[in-house]
Ligand binder design. Structure first.
Ligand code: SF4
Length: 377
């Protein structure tokens, strides 16, 4: 069964203030939040395009701090979903909010209104990063909010950012470890971008903030992604959705922006998985020179990499004379097989890869520590 959200963007509604790095009018969608009376039409429009036998649909309120809205406003929005929940046309309602804006009373309220998933914009579990990014809550508060959401029977989503002021490799791994320990039902990973007219733009101009490079952000996100995968925690998004506003020249002033950031991370994972498999084969069959990598047809671009980068790098590392890739339908998604001239074949699936790989969040290489220190003020 596929999952789909009918997204309702409520830019900054309920937010106690505008965070240092955030401008939802540029990140999600420009304009005002739709009034509750517009919601039924939106739901119907989306439902008419979906195969409901194959898709579980949730109404999703994103882009604000839903639980910080007055109860009457929350009710007005949630009431619009009720008839669809009652008829089984919606599976539930999901919303995003801040961890310091949930308490037992608000969770009981949301439960009564059919909310199923709560995504908490945690951003970091490191107190220094939270303080320097002006989040106004502690890591302990954030963890408590996560536990409360789970204990109340909601699906828990954790949103993490990397490259915030004060962040470094150790803090990213710490946050990842804490997130893993809380067993969320889903995770979103967002590298910090410097968006026009935000506090971070001023810090950048003053020289007190240095964003991550794209390469650093991909590398760190890859480590986070593997850590979550090794604990069977789905990462449903990496990188901001490249909406029209975000793609406008002058919106993203600095930082590791790429319209297909998640794809870049997936490519980095595929490269490493292929290297592990090829390393095994080379150990068993020294001197091989011609290798054919096989992946599911849908994974071809992830295996090849942008501008054939993965293939070129693997070939350089492994010193093969010939390295090529082909798609094969019998392979599972995220699985790689290697066919060697002479006939033998070996496979490595994602589960096997993450199981064998050193746990990066416990054994950080330190490769980026020096560079990331520059993000400290
Ligand atoms: S980061 Fe979240 S809480 Fe902060 S301004 Fe943006 S939407 Fe509101």
């Amino acid at each position: 069964m596929k999952h789909a959200n009918i997204a309702v963007f409520i830019p900054h509604l309920g937010c106690p203030y505008k965070c240092l790095f955030c401008d939802q009018n540029r990140i999600s969608r420009p304009g005002l939040a739709p009034p509750p009376s517009d919601i039924p039409e939106l739901i119907q429009k989306h439902l008419s395009t979906m195969d409901r036998n194959q898709t579980e649909v949730e109404l999703a309120f994103f882009g604000g701090s839903f639980t910080a809205l007055p109860k009457s406003t929350q009710e007005a929005y949630l009431a619009m979903a009720r008839p669809y929940l009652g008829r089984g046309l919606l599976k539930g309602v999901r919303l995003s909010t801040r961890p310091d804006c949930v308490d037992q009373e608000s969770l009981d309220f949301l439960k009564r209104w059919g909310v199923s998933t709560i995504e908490l914009g945690i951003q970091s579990f490191d107190d220094r990063v939270l303080y320097m990014s002006g989040r106004e809550y502690s890591a302990r508060q954030a963890e408590r909010a996560c536990r409360m959401v789970k204990a109340a029977g909601f699906s828990l989503g954790i949103q993490l950012m990397l490259g915030l002021p004060g962040d470094d490799e150790a803090a990213v791994y710490h946050s990842t470890r804490r997130a893993v320990s809380l067993a969320p039902d889903l995770v979103r990973i967002y590298p910090t971008l410097v968006i026009k007219d935000t506090g971070l733009e001023n810090m950048l101009a003053q020289g007190s903030y240095l964003p991550l490079s794209l390469e650093q952000a991909v590398e760190l996100s890859k480590e986070m992604y593997i850590a979550f995968q090794s604990h069977n925690i789905p990462v449903v998004r990496m990188g901001l959705h490249p909406g029209e506003e975000l793609r406008c020249p002058g919106t993203v002033l600095a930082g590791p922006y790429h319209p297909a950031f998640g794809e870049l991370v997936q490519q980095a994972v595929f490269k490493e998985q292929a290297l592990m498999l090829l390393g095994d084969i080379e150990g068993e069959t020294p001197g091989i020179s011609k290798v054919l990598l096989l992946v599911n047809q849908r994974d071809l671009s992830k295996m090849i990499g942008n501008n054939r980068r993965n293939l070129l790098e693997i070939q350089q590392i492994m010193s093969f004379k010939e390295l090529s890739v082909a798609g094969r339908e019998d392979l599972n998604s995220d699985e790689i097989a290697v066919f060697i001239a002479g006939g033998s074949e070996r496979r490595l699936d994602r589960k096997g890869f993450v199981k064998r790989r050193r746990d990066p969040i416990n054994t950080g290489s330190g490769r980026y520590i020096e560079e990331l220190k520059k993000t400290r003020i």
